[in-house]
Design a protein around this ligand. Structure first.
Ligand code: PLP
Length: 450
């Protein structure tokens, strides 16, 4: 059992023993962690009894909201029935098979196979090994290079962080690993001002072709991207971007990988982000929303082009994790996807709360601190600026995003700051009335930040 303790006791034990991810330890020790103790629907409560609206769905994952009985029951039953067995060495388990089948049904038609992992990072490690193996089996082992984008986030393992384009991560630990290279992101504010968004989308896609020619097309294995860059600040690409990327990948025969760890399972108002932006990936990484974060699970959907080669010509694929196809995680994922279907959450985002949030954000754009306000389904970002008309940024020393985030945290709202971009991704079960409540809180925190 978890012991009962005061907030101070939890904080003391926390800083004595727990090295948190992505955390400045000295700063955390000074402030003390906020202890989150329970959750329901779109709300959290801390150990002092404060109620908090979770506009980030945990870490972009609790798509069906907290407290869903179907997921809790699925886990409990599976724990009692068969808590673990692996899928190495010619065994399988019913939850893993049933989930593989259901994933083939809800993903785009080119996908009939899945490789399971424990997280999004492990999924992307699998992508690196799988695309290189694919070209090796086809007799083109020199096709090693994977092209990604600056400011992308693809995870925290060596391969995941190398695919990612986070400069701060690359500075620690000798990254990226060899044969991974990056192009600029399709961020209009940074690279496209003075151009129409559509022209900028085509220009940003052309950077991929330029990079392919620079590396040598015969050496390029794949291009990977998030349909909308999430952790990079909810960078929503122009509509022209992805169709052009697709054409370039087709022209050079390189594999196209969509990292759907955030965009998958309804976040954009479509089942998958590639469907929202009109491209057809060969591989698709997923995690987070597959179980709504109730239990860790990730993986890669493997398109027929790649699956056929691996299965028919590849021999043994020397890769896998103890928890690939973990039966409890798979049982929870099955319950989660069925609940998304039953509650029609993708339609709810597409037809109802997504457009409703877009309207509310358009009104927030009039706030004097806001330079741009954009949404895509239930992801949104406000760019905080010093001068609204010219989109002049604040001096980085002000740390305007962190100031705003602090006001949110103190006023019952979890919103994340990525530089000067304030971002949200609330649970897909959010109602219109709750969108109003969330936007009123955001407005209040913007006023406090002014
Ligand atoms: N890919 C994307 C797009 C992500 O946003 C993340 C995590 O935020 C990952 C991969 C890594 O997933 P995980 O943290 O489950 O390893």
């Amino acid at each position: 059992m978890i012991p009962t303790r005061t907030t101070r006791e939890w904080q003391a034990a926390d800083s004595a023993h727990f090295l948190h991810p992505f955390t400045d330890y000295q700063s955390l020790a000074r402030k003390g962690s906020r202890v989150i103790t329970r959750a329901d629907n779109i709300y959290l409560w801390d150990s002092e009894g404060h109620k908090i609206l979770d506009a980030m769905s945990g870490l972009w994952c609790v798509n069906v909201g907290y407290g869903q009985r179907a997921l809790i029951d699925a886990a409990t039953q599976q724990l009692a029935e068969l808590p673990f067995y692996n899928s190495f060495f010619q065994t399988t388990t019913p939850p893993a098979v049933a989930l593989a089948e259901l994933l083939a049904e809800v993903t785009p038609p080119q996908f009939s196979h899945v490789f399971f992992a424990g997280s999004g990072s492990e999924g992307n490690d699998t992508v690196v090994r799988m695309v290189r193996r694919y070209w090796q089996v086809l007799g083109q082992p020199e096709r090693q290079v994977i092209i990604s984008r600056h400011n992308a986030y693809h995870g925290s393992t060596m391969a995941g962080a190398s695919l990612g384009g986070m400069a701060a991560m690359h500075e620690q630990g000798g990254l990226p690993i060899p044969n991974i290279t990056h192009i600029d992101q399709p961020y209009w504010v940074q690279h496209g001002q003075g151009m129409s968004r559509d022209d900028f989308g085509r220009l940003a896609a052309s950077w991929l072709e330029r990079k392919i020619l620079e590396v040598g097309p015969e050496k390029v294995a794949a291009f990977i991207g998030e349909p909308v860059q999430g952790a990079g600040g909810v960078i929503i690409p122009p509509e022209t971007y992805w169709p052009e990327i697709q054409k370039i990948c087709d022209r050079y025969g390189i594999l196209l990988v969509s990292d759907e760890v955030i965009c998958g399972f309804g976040r954009t108002g479509h089942w998958f982000g590639c469907e929202r932006f009109g491209f057809r990936p060969d591989l698709m990484t997923f995690a987070k929303g597959v179980t709504s974060g109730y239990i860790p699970l990730g993986g890669v959907m493997v398109g027929d082009r790649v699956a056929r080669v691996l299965i028919e010509q590849g021999g043994e694929f020397e890769h896998g994790y103890t928890y690939s196809g973990h039966p409890v995680a798979c049982a929870v994922a099955l319950a989660n996807i069925r609940l998304i279907q039953q509650l029609k959450l993708v339609e709810h985002v597409h037809d109802d709360v997504g457009p409703y949030l877009a309207q509310a954000f358009a009104q927030l754009a009039e706030h004097p601190l806001v330079g741009t306000a954009e949404t895509c389904g239930l992801m949104g970002a406000l760019l905080l600026v010093k001068d609204q008309a010219k989109l002049t940024p604040f001096d980085p020393a002000v740390g305007i995003g962190m100031v705003c985030r602090g006001h949110c945290f103190a006023n019952g709202l979890i919103m994340r700051a990525v530089g000067d971009r304030m971002i949200i991704a609330p649970p897909l079960v959010i109602t219109r009335a709750q969108v109003d409540e969330m936007v009123a809180l955001i407005r209040r925190c913007l006023d406090l930040t002014l």
